[in-house]
Design a protein around this ligand. Structure first.
Ligand SMILES: [Zn+2]
Length: 448
């Protein structure tokens, strides 16, 4: 197995030089958000895109400062409440915030700030590791996500022994997942990223990136998990009479979701990251391609996608449901099959996200402004067009504006990785190194 990482067009030396030149310490004027709709705010940069080619981008220091300032808010919160609050998981709890500590600590920052982040992260991940009763399985809400974050975190900390121990916990949890996944009383096919089997695989990829050729990871039988996902999808497709149109079909919480967390697109994206396994399974790649095309047909003329198969409501523009989330599967499909229709679909996703993606649900990454901004970073990586990076920076600048904040609701878990500001801190951090950034656990430019 290899750890081949595709180089995005944006990774070229010329592009990097252009970015460095345009990024000066000159701060641009940020327009205020004034018009609000039910779900989103009018993007005040809309119609001003031409200025992106002449106005300098923000300084890297601005986003470093924003990432650190955001993490300091979390640090102060946890100096006043028990570290066990609210839960141990990646999605809403302490493991997710430890993930953000790790991500921001890997930036070029002063040692005192790194010490603050690693100290907080160590307390948080240790608290997650002590937790016994997880309500769910899976990457986002179960112990497997905690094991992944612990391995990443201890690696950064230089604690090789604990990192290896966390990798062993991860490998053990993977041993029976192909059979043991919680099907929630028949309401889940058991395969989606959120609670299901592909979440284990996305966790595996995140680990493989940091621990290439690690013996413990090489011992994980990813093929067995992938075969279980394929078999489950074929069975479900047959029972729904979709074999000809969508040979791999899945459901979660009793619904036919298409987004990356709960639904079809996250599963197909994940499977496509394991080309050598797919090649060894007759018909697997063909079935995935047919299924990806089936999802692509659900794209609305607006560029957005429905939350569920056959739903005609063109409403949600979130990472979890809608265009900014579907873009990951489409980008992976474009990289694998080089068919321009996938790239065009990605760009349509980016355009609708630019128009209506300034969400009022707050700054987070699951259904918030930063999560939608990640779609622009991916489009920049995919096309090499700096305009997309400018759009990602506009969303970051708007998140920081008081006039935006006052028009947004406060999430139930305001410090968490997926709903709260820990994810926003990752977004700011990623803007300082956009050629190597990715939405957490949604790496596109990696194959195993
Ligand atoms: Zn969401």
């Amino acid at each position: 197995m290899s750890d081949v990482v595709a180089t995005s067009p944006a990774g070229s030396t010329a592009k990097r030089a252009e970015l460095t030149r345009r990024r000066s310490s000159c701060k641009r004027q940020i327009p205020c958000v004034s018009v609000c709709h039910e779900r989103y705010m009018e993007n005040p940069f809309l119609g001003k895109e031409e200025s992106f080619s002449t106005e300098p981008l923000n300084s890297l220091d601005d986003y470093t400062e924003a990432a650190l300032g955001t993490m300091q808010r979390i640090y102060h919160h946890y100096s006043e409440v028990p570290i066990t609050e609210p839960s141990p998981d990646v999605y809403l709890g302490t493991a997710g915030i430890a993930y953000a500590c790790n991500r921001v600590a890997s930036m070029k920052i002063p040692q005192s700030e790194r010490d603050m982040l690693l100290g907080m992260g160590a307390r948080l991940i240790q608290s997650s590791q002590k937790a016994q009763n997880f309500e769910h399985q899976g990457l986002f809400l179960g112990p497997v996500g905690v094991a992944v974050v612990a391995a990443l975190f201890y690696k950064t900390l230089g604690d090789e022994k604990r990192a290896q121990s966390a990798l062993e916990s991860f490998a053990k949890l993977c041993e029976t997942v192909e059979a043991d996944i919680d099907l929630a009383g028949g309401k889940n096919s058991g395969d989606e990223v959120l609670f299901g089997r592909t979440g284990y695989l996305m966790g595996f990829l995140e680990l493989w990136k940091v621990f290439p050729n690690n013996k413990i990871l090489e011992g994980v039988d990813v093929k067995k998990i992938i075969l279980a996902v394929l078999e489950s999808g074929r069975k479900c497709s047959k029972s729904r009479g979709l074999t000809d149109r969508c040979p791999l079909f899945y459901y979660c919480m009793g619904m036919d979701f298409v987004g990356p967390a709960h639904g079809l697109s996250g599963i197909y994206h994940c499977l496509l990251c394991f080309p050598s396994v797919l090649k060894a399974v007759p018909g697997a790649e063909e079935d995935i391609k047919c299924s990806v095309d089936f999802v692509l047909q659900q794209q609305f003329p607006s560029g957005n996608f429905p939350m569920k198969y056959r739903e005609d409501r063109d409403e949600l523009i979130h990472w979890c449901h809608g265009a900014p989330g579907l873009v990951y599967m489409l980008a992976k499909a474009y990289l694998v099959w080089k068919d321009k229709k996938y790239l065009d679909a990605c760009i349509s996703c980016g355009n609708i996200t630019w128009q209506k993606g300034l969400l009022r649900k707050g700054p987070g990454i699951c259904h918030g402004i930063a999560g939608n901004g990640y779609a622009f970073i991916l489009l920049y990586q995919l096309t090499g067009q700096v305009e997309w990076l400018s759009k990602a920076e506009c969303f970051a600048d708007l998140v920081l504006q008081p006039s935006t904040k006052e028009k947004c609701t406060v999430p139930d878990h305001p410090y968490s990785l997926y709903e709260g500001i820990a994810g926003t801190a990752c977004y700011f951090a990623d803007l300082t190194n956009p050629n190597h950034s990715s939405f957490p656990f949604s790496e596109v430019f990696i194959d195993y």
